[in-house]
Design a protein around this ligand. Structure first.
Ligand code: NAP
Length: 477
C-alpha cells in the first residue's frame, strides 16, 4: 500500500518515503511520505477550518457520524485486522481483538457526544449577590494534536480521535512511523462517516521531524500523546503553553498472596497471558510478579508450564500465540537486558532464547535483583520476572519501588489486604483478583508518577479535551 498524508481531505504524497515492513520477516508492507514542518503547518491550518465546520454539527450529528464510523469499521474488521498484523506483527487473533475494541471505543465516544455537559452556578450563593443566574458549559478546545505509538495503532488512535470529535474538536494525527497505514485508513473512514474532511488530518513521518513541528505549533491547543516516558518528557518541554494528556509506559507489578494455593493454576495462566500478549509490548504487560514465599516454587512451575505451551511464530497463522517484537533493535535490547539480569544473579526459569531476528521465546526470569533493567525499567518484550516476598507489606514496597505507576494487581482472599494494597500502591488503577493488564475501554485509564498525566476512556478524555466556560446573566438589569 502506498500511503499518503491526509491534509484537509486531500491525499498528499512526497518524493521522500519511509518503508513500512512486516516485523516477522522484514518484507515490505507499504510506504508513507516523510512529512516535514510545512506539512504540519498546513495540516494545522486545515484543522482550524475543520474546527469551524464542526461547529455546524450538533452533538446529535456528531453522535450519528461516530455511530456510522463504528458500523463501517465493524464491517471492515478483517481488512483492518490483516493490516494490523502486517504493520505491528501482532497475531491475527490479537488484531481482531483490537478492531473489536476500537469499534467499542468509537461507540462509547458516540454516546458521550450527547453528554458533554456543564451545570448551574449559584452566583447568588455569594454574599450580596442577587438576581444573577447562570451556568458553565464544556466547550471544545480547537485543534488537538494526537500522537500515537506502534503497539495499538487503531484502538489507541480511536481513544484520542473519537472523544476529540465527540466534543467538537478537530484533530491532526501523527501516528508511529511503523504503523501509519492503519491510521490513514481510520481517518478516511471517519470522513466517510460524515465528519468534515478538514476536521481529520493525518501527517506521517518521523517523530523528531513532523511530530516535533506539530508539538511546537502554537495553534495546537492540546497534545494528547501515548508513547514512551522519554518522548513524553521531550514533548512537554518543547510544546509550550497548551494542554497535555500523557499516556506513558510502566513496569506493571502483581502480588500473589499466600492464600491463593487453590487458584494458583488460574493465576499463572492469567499472568502468562498478561505478560506475553503482543509479545509483551503492552503498556500494562505483567512484568514484575511478587509471589508469597510459600507458593513461589509451585507458581513458577505452573507459569513455566503455561509459557512453554505458547506457540511462537508467524502472526498470520491462526494457531500462533506470540508473534515478533516490532524490530531487530527492540529484540537486541531485550536480549541484552535478559543477559544483564542473569549476569546480576537472576536465573532463566524458562525461555530466554532468540528464535529469529525479531522472535524471542516467552521468558520467565526468577530471583532477579531490583537494579537489573528487566525489573527497574520497562521491558516492552516477552519477559516476566518472578521474585518471592514474605509479606503483603514487602510486596507493596517492591511494587512502589518504580518510577512508574500505571496499574497494579493483587490476588488475595483478604479484604483487608486488598484494601491496604489499593490504598498504598501508587498507581492509576488497582486490579483486585485480576492482573494489571485488565482494561475495558470505558474505564478511567492512565497513570501517576512517570506513567503519565490525565485519563483516557471517552468520558474522561472529553473532560481533558474541553474547557469550562462560565456564563452569567443579570436578570435584574
Ligand atoms: P515512542 O517511541 O515514544 O513513540 C510514540 C510516538 O511519538 C510515535 O508516533 C513517535 O513517532 C512520536 N515521537 C517520537 N519523538 C517525537 C517528538 N520529538 N515529537 C513528537 N512526536 C514524537 O513510543 P513507541 O515505541 O511507539 O510505543 C511504546 C511506548 O508507548 C511504551 O513506552 C509504552 O508503554 C507506551 N504506551 C503507553 C500506553 C498507555 O496508555 N499508557 C499505551 C500504549 C503504549 P515515530 O514512531 O515516527 O518515532
Amino acid at each position: 500500500m502506498k500511503g499518503y498524508m491526509l491534509i484537509g481531505g486531500k491525499r498528499v504524497f512526497k518524493k521522500e518515503e519511509i518503508e513500512i515492513t512486516f516485523p516477522y520477516d522484514n518484507s515490505l508492507v507499504g510506504t508513507i511520505p516523510r512529512g516535514d514542518e510545512k506539512d504540519a503547518e498546513l495540516a494545522v491550518e486545515a484543522a482550524e477550518l475543520g474546527f469551524k465546520k464542526l461547529k455546524e454539527m450538533t452533538p446529535y450529528d456528531r453522535f450519528r457520524a461516530l455511530e456510522r464510523a463504528a458500523r463501517l469499521l465493524s464491517r471492515r474488521s478483517k481488512e483492518f485486522a490483516q493490516l494490523l498484523t502486517l504493520e505491528v506483527g501482532k497475531t491475527i487473533k490479537e488484531a481482531m481483538g483490537e478492531v473489536g475494541r476500537a469499534v467499542n471505543t468509537i461507540t462509547l465516544s458516540a454516546e458521550e457526544a450527547k453528554r458533554v455537559l456543564g451545570e448551574e452556578v449559584r452566583f447568588d450563593a455569594a454574599p450580596g449577590v442577587k438576581g444573577k443566574v447562570g451556568f458553565y458549559r464544556r466547550v471544545p478546545l480547537g485543534v488537538i494534536g494526537c500522537i500515537t505509538p506502534f503497539n495499538f495503532p487503531l484502538n489507541l488512535t480511536c481513544h484520542k480521535v473519537a472523544p476529540a470529535l465527540a466534543a467538537g474538536n478537530s484533530v491532526v494525527i501523527k501516528p508511529s512511523e511503523n504503523t501509519s497505514l492503519t491510521v490513514i485508513k481510520l481517518a478516511e473512514l471517519l470522513i466517510e462517516a460524515g465528519f468534515p474532511p478538514e476536521a481529520v488530518n493525518v501527517i506521517t513521518g518521523y517523530g523528531e521531524e513532523v511530530g516535533d513541528a506539530l508539538v511546537r505549533n502554537e495553534k495546537v491547543r492540546m497534545i494528547t500523546f501515548t508513547g514512551s516516558v522519554e518522548t513524553g518528557k521531550v514533548i512537554m518541554k518543547r510544546g509550550g503553553l497548551k494542554k497535555y494528556a500523557m499516556e506513558l509506559g510502566s513496569n506493571a507489578g502483581v502480588y500473589v498472596d499466600s492464600d491463593q494455593r487453590e487458584k494458583l493454576s488460574l493465576i499463572a495462566q492469567k499472568v502468562a497471558l498478561g505478560g506475553f500478549t503482543l509479545a509483551g509490548q503492552v503498556c500494562i504487560s505483567v512484568q514484575r510478579v511478587f509471589v508469597h514465599k510459600d507458593l513461589y516454587e509451585d507458581f513458577l512451575e505452573k507459569l513455566c508450564a503455561f509459557t512453554q505451551r505458547l506457540k511462537v511464530g508467524d502472526p498470520r497463522r491462526e494457531d500462533v500465540d506470540v508473534g515478533p517484537v516490532i524490530d531487530k533493535g527492540a529484540a537486541d535490547r531485550i536480549m541484552e537486558w535478559i543477559e544483564e539480569a542473569v549476569s546480576l544473579g537472576g536465573e532463566v526459569a524458562c525461555g530466554g532464547r532468540r528464535l529469529g531476528e525479531t522472535l524471542i521465546e516467552p521468558t520467565v526470569l526468577k530471583g532477579v535483583p531490583r537494579q537489573a533493567k528487566v525489573v527497574s525499567k520497562e521491558v516492552f518484550g516477552p519477559v516476566i520476572v518472578v521474585n518471592q516476598v514474605s509479606s503483603l507489606e514487602e510486596a507493596i514496597e517492591a511494587i512502589n519501588d518504580s518510577p512508574y505507576g500505571l496499574q497494579a494487581g493483587i490476588f488475595t482472599n483478604s479484604l483487608k489486604g486488598a484494601l491496604k494494597f489499593s490504598e498504598e500502591v501508587e498507581c492509576g488503577g488497582i486490579m483486585v483478583n485480576e492482573i494489571p493488564t485488565f482494561r475495558v475501554d470505558q474505564m478511567p485509564y492512565g497513570g501517576v508518577k512517570e506513567s503519565g498525566i490525565g485519563r483516557e476512556g471517552p468520558k474522561f478524555a472529553i473532560e481533558e479535551m474541553t474547557e469550562i466556560k462560565t456564563i452569567c446573566f443579570d436578570s435584574s438589569f
